[in-house]
Design a binder for this molecule. Structure first.
Ligand code: F0G
Length: 369
């Protein structure tokens, strides 16, 4: 096979090729793709049982995107558009996943990439991704909200494209996750649950669900349930948090940029914001890994923690799960892969048996002898 043919092979299409008519691209837009999207929607028997009433729970496993998080859906559009307008460089603030994705797609596009990160609060795997993809990394002594404030000032440098979700192309790309869910289920779910940090993703999902509904590709709209970490829950408390803190560093955000988009998603859909503690997050992460075989990072486990909390005795009356019809369909987005942040769960649940290099001793510690 000639090399040109190899490059033209469409083994799998990325989100731009699959949903072109819904995205701000033309036939001349250079498409920068790593074949993102098309992530599995996995049924979860134990969570379905937990909800009861014949309801079915599905996990949209976004950790299986090329850089291990949902950010790739938005990044393919943002970087393609940056290249189209002739930008020379890309910049973002990040709690880790946006920077990993921006670095990878910039590398692919041949663009310079600078990332501004809150010092000491980026999971090891995510930082390593930015390093390996050749990004220039600036660590600031501040939190994500302060890093984003700095990045906003890059708007004056025309060579730079800001690829945080304040860039509308990011939201456009990320809405394709809703399209995939509707395409797989044949309709929108009754309830959609996802973690909320800077609030771009909940804004994007709601946009996607509405667009599909408006063109008749789905017959209903889901109620949106946004889960925040207790120590970083400005939307739940309806007030910015100056010093957000949570073990789920990806959503350690006190002043979400897409505040109004998130509020709109929840109010228009008849949903709500809920909070979960760090302990509930880590517990949910462990349960998901051990019961469903799906290892997600702590922020992603917030969705699961939210479902568990809202189906327990502490039901909040405003939560859509408190007034659930039987046989409902519930989708949870699990946003990022667990391998990105190996130290957080390892520090909390070491369970390693030790033995001599001898079969009898291995059988002994396994209590098989
Ligand atoms: N889950 C993960 C794994 C994330 O990385 C993020 C955000 C969220 C959930 C929340 O999504 O911000 O759209 O509400 N991470 C950003 C980053 C902030 O810089 O990687 P959101």
């Amino acid at each position: 096979m000639k090399s040109a043919e190899v490059f033209n092979l469409r083994l799998s299409k990325g989100v731009i090729e699959r949903y072109r008519e819904f995205l701000p691209v033309s036939l001349t837009t250079p498409v920068v793709s790593l074949q993102e999207g098309s992530t599995p929607l996995i049924p979860s028997p134990w969570l379905s049982q937990r909800v009861g009433g014949g309801s079915k729970v599905f996990l949209k496993y976004e950790g299986l995107n090329p850089t291990g998080s949902f950010k790739d859906r938005g990044m393919t559009v943002a970087i393609s558009k940056a290249l189209e307008r002739g930008a020379k460089a890309v910049v973002c603030a990040s709690t880790g996943n946006t920077s990993a994705s921006a670095a990878a797609y910039s590398a692919r596009a041949g663009l310079r990439c600078a990332v501004v990160l809150p010092a000491g609060k980026i999971a090891t795997g995510k930082l390593l991704q930015a390093v390996m993809h050749g990004a220039e990394i600036v660590s600031v002594r501040g939190n994500f909200d302060e890093a984003l404030r700095i990045v906003r000032a890059f708007a004056e440098l025309s060579d730079f494209e800001i690829v945080n979700s304040i860039n509308p192309n990011r939201i456009q790309g990320q809405k394709t996750a809703s399209f995939e869910i509707c395409d797989t289920l044949g309709d929108a779910p009754d309830i959609h649950i996802l973690p909320v940090g800077n609030a771009g993703n909940i804004t994007a999902y709601w946009l996607g669900y509405r667009e599909y509904y408006e063109v008749g590709r789905s017959k209903r709209l889901p109620r949106m349930l946004g889960i925040q970490a207790e120590g970083a829950a400005p939307l739940y408390y309806r007030s910015p948090i100056p010093d957000p803190e949570t073990v789920a560093t990806a959503i350690r955000i006190g002043k979400p940029a897409s505040w109004s988009g998130a509020v709109e998603a929840v109010t228009q859909s008849g949903g709500s914001f809920e909070i979960v503690s760090d302990e509930e997050i880590l517990n949910a992460q462990k349960l998901l890994a051990s019961k469903d075989g799906i290892f997600v990072e702590p922020a992603s486990a917030a969705s699961v923690a939210g479902l568990l909390k809202c189906t327990s005795s502490v039901r909040c009356p405003t939560c859509p799960l408190a007034r659930l019809e039987p046989e409902s369909t519930i989708v949870l987005t699990v946003t990022g892969h667990g391998l990105k942040d190996p130290s957080t769960p390892a520090a909390n649940s070491p369970n390693i048996l030790e033995a001599e290099p001898d079969i009898n001793d291995v059988l002994r510690v396994l209590k098989l002898k």
